[in-house]
Design a protein around this ligand. Sequence first.
Ligand SMILES: O=P(O)(O)OC[C@H]1O[C@H](O[C@H]2O[C@H](CO)[C@@H](O)[C@H](O)[C@H]2O)[C@H](O)[C@@H](O)[C@@H]1O
Length: 376
Amino acid sequence: MDLNINKTPHVLTDPAPVNKSRLGSSFPSGRFMMSSRKKIPKLDDVRSNGWLDAMISSSPPRKRLVKDFNIEIAPEDDFAQRAWMLEYPSAITSFGHIAAQAKNKKIAIFLDYDGTLSPIVDDPDRATISDAMRAAVKNVAKYFPTAIISGRSRDKVYELVGLTELYYAGSHGMDIMTPVNPNGSSEDLNCIKSTDQQGKEVNLFQPAKEFIPVIEEVYNSLVEITKCIKGAKVENHKFCASVHYRNVDEKDWPIVAQRVHDHLKQYPRLRLTHGRKVLEVRPVIEWNKGKAVEFLLDSLGLSKNDDFLPIFIGDDKTDEDAFKVLRKGNRGFGILVSSVPKESNAFYSLRDPSEVKKFLKTLVKWGKMEKNSTRF
Ligand SMILES: O=P(O)(O)OC[C@H]1O[C@H](O[C@H]2O[C@H](CO)[C@@H](O)[C@H](O)[C@H]2O)[C@H](O)[C@@H](O)[C@@H]1O
């Protein structure tokens, strides 16, 4: 993690999950008031279906920050941390093992954006990628096919990363741009021809095309129904929408949950998933980051033989779909970015984006060595 004392925005760790008993005493049912002092509907729905619990526990425990210096103090439960690290060893210290698995194979790299390439910050619009991280990703792409698969819209994540040598998938993989003529297949009804930012012909795979108008509609109404909740922010990612509650006072989280939940009842073809202090509104279609990895491997011609070792690096719940796909087929592996113990389908871990950068640099060194050694 980049710990720069004077730098804004501050890099954040997420608040501790709150247990049910605490929730119960802090938020007795039926006593939630808006700042306008209007009574809001009872919160039985979001409680009974576990939404609120999921919101509260959707982020790792808070680590104590030394105020003014933004320095993290390690959690007391060092033992749990060490035990967890045995199960999910560091991808840096285990690099030798990873290299052995990759011997005589070609690696393909899949990267999440927020929390992986860019540290988690308060304002999603200020989640930039550092020049050093951008350079590391650019170098990786010289040796290995590299794709970014983000929950953000494809345009937005391209604008943030700004590297033309990568493949981009936005909206949790519901918007994928691939070259027109790779070795792979792309004959799918959801594929259309388009042009990229450089005017090159490309394929666009958009399995949730028909949802664009409804997402626009629901985005507008979510903005409306959350506008009086201080700190709430809604983003439109074209094929999905995000409702952020990171900057909402914790006592108002149930209001966010209830309003979004009630509103979505009118949209049976939309569903809700949880991310890091964010509720993600998505089409009900069977598509996720795992499917996007499979699609990319296929359309880039990387899935036809066992010669490829796909590696996915991500920090969030939505990245678990990709970890699962790689684990299930025993094809490659996931690396979870987390500084606290979390259950995951990944094989390895990295603590934060600064370790991701270190790992990518190590990968480049190894790639260079491999390339040189195969020359002879
Ligand atoms: O799949 P990702 O690239 O990781 O995108 C997931 C969500 O990331 C962004 O939100 C998260 O990062 C923000 C900036 O650090 C943070 O403020 C927020 O609390 C996090 O949830 C993005 O804004 C969302 O739209 C993405 O869905």
